[in-house]
Design a protein around this ligand. Structure first.
Ligand code: XMP
Length: 536
């Protein structure tokens, strides 16, 4: 049976990061809302309580009865998780005199404690809390302190229950992964057998068992998730899979043909549908970002459904849904920032069942699985691209002409990112190799493209703006293009990429010289939050 760690989510921004760290220890884990513990699941080997934006004494703070968990599984509380357990078991939590935020060193560590096995003296940790534990419950002992935080870590004596007020999951906690390994492997007894090869083997067997000889339809987008999903299904059920790839006319330059070709080479049974006429028609004159998204979402579903209905013997709809799409995250504000669209709302009469083989994977794991399946590297490392395509990268209304201008500028930009090489060494290089990126080190260094170093990049056409320029002896009055490139791990937060100046100079020159209709290039230096990755 696949062992699993359960992470109870109390709403912290770093909950997903805890999940990823556990997976990096080749251990399966599941993130569930704080009050949805799977009491009947025999595969659980340990429990982690996440942080939270609340204080334990806030009216609206998330509270849960741990009595059926304490004593049955090893437990590790992180930040709020540690404070919450201290609070409910009779300790004291109070607002910290000053917010304890940033790097700190553990100047006392009980190195005989299994949680701190192999720890260095003074190990650096990352603190981020407004409250602090001022007294631990009777029967608990302190196992680490910092200069400012006496109860940086505790254990309930003779019990497998720990709390740490720092965040072992973040990079700045230098031995954070070691702490999680001590908990997951030594204390909970993980066999560390969660790997892409295991995943592929197990999932193919499960798909065959579940789907049998039924026919499956899948919507392809050109992105890594749906592509890996298709190849996995193809391996499992071959000809019984039909893929549909809809072109709404706002993909990147030549993307529809190129990707369609890739799919055919991979042996997939794909139907390519050029529906661009319809999308451009329905979008004519519409400038409002949300309205554009809604029209594209609606048209997409209708075009997809019309194709799907032709496959009369289909019983299943497969989707490349991945774990972060599904985590029932505790949305504290409840606000919708942008409406995303996915294939959905298939006609009820088709009565299709849902097959989502990647639903437990994080993005980097999907890529590892893609490599395991032998997919070409350019499909695996492809940047994420929004469903509505270039429509959300053109400010103002959409026309074929504007899309063409943007396609040209974007093509120069992306091509240049692929061509520009940078040298990596040390930890950065090691991480890429560990992820299975085919590359080799020479003299302690390896060469990667700028494209592979960033999460996502694209050009944006500011078609509602015009500015004056001069070309030769001619005055121009045309649109600017904004370039966007961000680094990120999951698109929830992102930082603008610090691209080299010589690269930017070259790209700007090439775009202005070659793309008619553009006379100025800007670089977007906003991070998310407060901005978002896409402009609309
Ligand atoms: P934002 O702009 O919200 O984007 O920071 C976060 C990530 O989501 C992608 N994105 C979308 N993906 N359908 C999608 O499939 C959409 O409607 C959509 N809108 C944004 C975006 O490219 C980024 O990776």
């Amino acid at each position: 049976m696949q062992q699993k760690i359960i992470i109870l989510d109390f709403g912290s921004q770093t909950t997903q990061l805890i999940g990823r760290r556990i997976r990096e220890l080749d251990t399966f884990c599941e993130i569930v809302p704080y009050n949805k513990f799977p009491y009947d699941d025999p595969s659980v080997i340990g429990v982690i309580l996440s942080g939270s934006p609340f204080s334990v004494y806030d009216q609206e703070a998330f509270k849960v009865d741990l009595s059926a968990i304490r004593g049955k599984y090893p437990i590790l509380g992180i930040c709020y998780g540690a404070q919450y357990m201290s609070y409910i078991y009779g300790g004291k939590v109070e607002p910290a005199g000053s917010r304890e935020y940033g790097r700190a060193n553990l100047d006392y560590i009980d190195k005989s404690n299994p949680l701190f096995k192999d720890f260095d003296d003074n190990s650096q940790v990352w603190m981020s809390h407004g409250d602090t534990i001022t007294a631990i419950p009777d029967g608990f002992k302190t196992i680490a302190s910092t200069h400012k935080v006496e109860y940086a870590a505790y254990q309930a004596v003779d019990e497998l229950l720990w709390g740490v007020q720092f965040h072992p999951e973040v990079f700045h906690s230098v031995q954070g992964t070691l702490l999680l390994k001590n908990f997951v492997v030594d204390i909970c007894g993980s066999r560390q057998d969660w790997s892409p090869a295991n995943f592929v083997e197990q999932t193919i067997a499960e798909i065959r068992k579940e789907v049998g000889d039924d026919h499956v339809i899948l919507g392809l987008s050109g992105g890594v998730d749906s592509s890996v999903c298709a190849v996995l299904l193809n391996k499992a059920i071959g000809k019984n899979l039909t893929c549909i790839f809809v072109d709404h006319g706002m993909l990147r330059k030549n993307e529809f043909q190129e990707v369609l070709n890739d799919y055919k080479v991979l042996g997939l049974n794909v139907i390519g549908v050029d529906a661009s006429e319809r999308f451009f028609g329905d979008l004519a004159g519409v400038s409002d970002p949300e309205q554009k998204r809604k029209i594209i979402g609606r048209d997409f579903v209708e075009v997809f459904n019309a194709e799907a209905k032709k496959i009369t013997n289909a019983k299943w709809l497969a989707q490349g849904t991945i774990y972060p799409d599904r985590i029932e995250s505790l949305n504290i504000t409840g606000k919708v920032i942008k409406s995303h669209h996915n294939v959905g709302g298939l006609p009820k009469e088709m009565n299709l069942r849902l097959c989502e083989p990647l639903k437990w994977l994080f993005k980097d794991e999907v890529r590892r699985v893609g490599r395991q399946l032998g997919m070409p590297e350019h499909l695996i490392t492809r940047h994420p691209f929004p469903g509505p395509g270039l429509a959300v990268r053109i400010l103002g209304d959409i026309t074929r002409e504007k899309v063409q201008i943007l396609q040209e500028a974007d093509d120069i930009y992306i091509r240049s990112l692929r061509e520009y090489k940078v040298r990596l060494s040390g930890e950065d290089a090691r991480k890429l190799l560990a992820a299975g990126v085919p590359n080799t080190m020479k003299n302690g260094e390896m060469e990667v493209s700028l494209y592979d170093q960033i999460w996502q990049a694209g050009a944006v056409l500011l078609s509602t703006v015009r500015s004056v320029g001069v070309m030769g002896d001619e005055r121009t009055y045309e649109h600017p293009v904004a370039l966007r490139a961000v680094t990120s791990r999951d698109a929830m937060t992102a930082d603008w990429a610090h691209l080299p100046y010589d690269f930017m100079a070259k790209v700007s020159n090439e775009i202005i010289n070659k793309v008619k209709g553009v006379n100025r290039v800007c670089y977007d230096i906003s991070s998310k939050p407060p901005a978002t990755i896409e402009w609309e």
